[in-house]
Design a protein around this ligand. Structure first.
Ligand code: GLY
Ligand code: MN
Ligand code: MN
Length: 431
């Protein structure tokens, strides 16, 4: 944990909001993520479980949160279980949370060691009428390994087959999609780190630098500011930008090409997600500027179009229509392509140049939990990321900002990150 301590009031109020959505006499359990093995005895860097973090602020492996708001014994209403440390653990892995530290981080009064979990859990299961267990219900998640949470669910349901089980994920999505002011502040901090990284890179890029040199510049700026990459950075020069998930980042950037940077920082587990497209030599060509400004107009229109009450599907369709019209003006589509009726939306002519979604919720996960079937509402933070991929001309432009939806319009959390072509050229000229 490199970030500054977070006011535990965030986690206290998150738990309060959750409690209000539960059925009477409910028990809730949330587990930490497994440490993920790689090869031999290697492990990936630990990734905190987003739901556990949201409810406690705890990032330590093996932790378990247990909530039973109507437990008869007041001391059993909120309990956090932690891995107990030892001299051996302290020597090899370093410091683990003490009970007092965990109280300060989480605002939870009762902290126990994991060895006490089975007996306490059994006692509370005998008292509970409803049990909320967690799972990853992200629409696009493809989970091929059994997670710690899934193992827990299986063992609990084997042992207590007659309880009434409920999906905690649905409730968590409802809570997490609406960001509190404290969360927005953390998202803003992530955006500020991203801004510093982008401004450094814009002054660094010139013909001959390698995409991996650019990645290294971002890494330096993010890490020294207590952040990290929110996702694997996409640093794609020339035609590489037409590969949506280009991750190789190993080509030299050539004079005259554009460089697409889809790179965001994470701070305190809150993510930002930025895309900028810049000219390698510091000056856009006429054609590059034309396509760039087309994408920028769509970005601006789509940001303004994020109105509470509108459904994501409608926003997506509006976005495709805007890009399609721009593609006609750019000579990429014919006017009659705008009128083509297709039963499969993936077959629309515009999909040749713009084949992905125009944005997604953002928060503790980059593609954050939320509801694609429900209308936008105040408190949602969305990315806005239109693009035009011109494979036949060997380049692409994508732009992406992160914005907050409010009752009184949209707040662009990245409004101060240069985006106009003149601003980009001016910034690059300062190298
Ligand atoms: N960087 C991932 C995305 O834009 O969704
Ligand atoms: Mn992105
Ligand atoms: Mn995105």
């Amino acid at each position: 944990m490199r970030h500054e301590p977070i006011d535990p009031q965030l986690f206290i109020s998150n738990r309060d909001r959750l409690k209000r959505l539960l059925l009477p006499k409910s028990l809730v359990v949330v587990n930490a993520n497994d440490l993920v093995p790689t090869n031999a005895d290697g492990l990936l860097r630990p990734v905190p479980n987003s739901d556990l973090f949201y409810l406690t602020g705890v990032e330590q492996e093996e932790s378990i949160l247990l909530l039973f708001p109507q437990a008869d014994d007041e001391r059993q209403r909120e309990i956090l279980f932690l891995r107990e440390t030892s001299d051996l653990i302290a020597t090899w892995e370093g410091h683990k949370l003490t009970k007092e530290e965990a109280q300060r981080v989480t605002g939870i009064q009762r902290i126990e060691w994991l060895s006490d979990f089975p007996s306490l859990f059994h006692r509370l299961m005998c008292e509970a009428e409803h049990v909320y267990l967690n799972s990853n219900e992200h629409k696009r998640a493809e989970i091929v390994v059994e997670t710690r949470e899934a193992r827990f669910v299986r063992s609990v349901q084997d042992r207590y087959p007659l309880h009434q089980y409920h999906r905690l994920a649905r409730v968590m999505h409802r809570l997490r999609v609406v960001k509190s002011p404290q969360e927005v502040e953390l998202l803003r901090q992530a955006c500020q780190i991203t801004k510093a990284g982008f401004e450094r890179v814009a002054r660094f890029v010139k013909p001959g630098v390698n995409e991996c040199d650019v990645e290294a510049e971002f890494a330096h700026e993010f890490i020294r500011r207590r952040g990290s990459f929110a996702y694997s950075p996409i640093i794609a020069s020339g035609a590489n930008a037409c590969v949506l998930h280009y991750l190789d980042n190993r080509q030299p950037c050539r004079n005259g090409e554009l460089l697409l940077l889809d790179v965001g920082a994470s701070y305190a587990n809150y993510n930002s997600d930025l895309t900028r497209t810049i000219p390698v030599n510091g000056r856009f060509t006429r054609r590059q500027r034309q396509v760039y400004n087309a994408v920028l107009r769509v970005l601006r229109a789509q940001i303004a179009g994020l109105t509470p009450g509108k459904k994501p599907q409608q926003w997506q369709e509006e976005s495709e229509e805007l890009v399609a019209k721009e593609c006609v003006d750019l000579g990429l589509l014919r006017p009659r392509d705008l009128k083509v009726k297709v039963s499969d939306p993936m077959k629309k002519p515009v999909k040749k140049y713009y084949m992905h979604g125009c944005g997604h919720p953002l928060g503790l996960d980059v593609h954050d939990v939320g509801f694609t079937t429900e209308p936008f509402a105040p408190g949602w933070v969305m990315t806005v990321e239109p693009a035009i991929y011109v494979k036949e001309e060997g380049f692409a432009v994508r732009l992406e900002n992160d914005v907050l939806i409010t009752e009184n319009g949209v707040v662009d959390l990245m409004a101060d990150i240069p985006i106009e072509t003149d601003e980009i050229e001016e910034l690059m000229a300062r190298r």
